[in-house]
Design a protein. Structure first.
Length: 255
């Protein structure tokens, strides 16, 4: 297992180095990157607002797409590999056809767009399993669920300041936020593990979340806060939960 991890890390570093060399030769740098689901293409966002697609094996540039905005910080391939979503601090979300480079949709979540809610700074985006829906989360404003083909808002989840999101195979949405780890269905919380209460210890803040391949377990990187001798002690744990119940299976301190 460690050998496989080492190979994957080595391959990713080679991709990053190759893309970085390209960027440096063209006087800009990497804002974000993501490998396609089939592992054949790497998408790189530049700091000057362009989306570049590279062949993984040759690092030849396949596409150079104007991403229509500055301050881009997020990129996410759709599960079917046919679309790429990008988003940034300016509140714009755009979806591009991964084959033609054409823009499919552009949406501004800083306006209510019929939901009655807005997001000021986008921190996380994630695709539904069928590649039809996007969850867009921000520093303020929670999570807005968008139709990925039209940009029309479908639902709103009051997730608070949200750092990451992911979807289950059954299309439930999971968010990790300062308010805790929550599982949503159509904008309603169906299960949750509360976070910090008004940011006061003791408590937790989940940072990153992901399912295992069978979707039976949910892994989360958790920032923990405890009080010892009147002093707040902060730690970081990898926690494994049963996806169907959010019962804790295992916790390992990593920092």
């Amino acid at each position: 297992m460690r050998g496989l991890v080492a190979i994957l890390i080595s391959a990713l570093l080679c991709l990053m180095n190759g893309a970085s060399a390209f960027m440096q030769s063209n006087s800009f740098s990497i804002a974000a990157l993501e490998v396609s689901p089939n592992g054949e293409t790497i998408a790189v966002l530049s700091t000057i607002g362009r989306l570049h697609l590279f062949d993984v094996e040759t690092l030849a540039e396949l596409q150079d797409i104007p991403a229509d905005q500055d301050s881009i910080s997020n990129i996410e391939w759709s599960p079917d590999g046919g679309k790429i979503a990008v988003a940034g601090f300016g509140g714009l979300v755009a979806v591009y056809d991964a084959h033609s480079g054409n823009q499919i949709v552009s949406a501004n979540v800083t306006s209510s767009n019929g939901t009655g809610h807005t997001i000021d700074e986008i921190i996380a985006i994630s695709w539904s399993p069928d590649s039809s829906t996007l969850a867009v989360s921000g520093q303020e404003g929670g999570t807005i669920i968008l139709n990925a083909l039209t940009g029309i808002p479908l639902a709103y989840a009051m997730s608070g300041e949200t750092y990451a999101s992911t979807w289950s195979p059954s299309a439930n949405l999971e968010t990790s936020a300062i308010t805790g780890l929550k599982i949503w269905n159509r904008g309603q919380v169906v299960m949750e593990i509360p976070g910090l209460s008004l940011t006061q210890a003791p408590g937790i803040i989940p940072d990153e979340i992901a399912y295992n391949s069978s979707a039976e377990l949910l892994a989360a990187i958790i920032s923990t806060y405890a009080i010892e001798n009147d002093t707040v002690q902060q730690g970081t744990e990898l926690r494994i939960y049963e996806a169907s119940t959010l019962n804790l299976v295992e916790a390992t301190e990593i920092l």
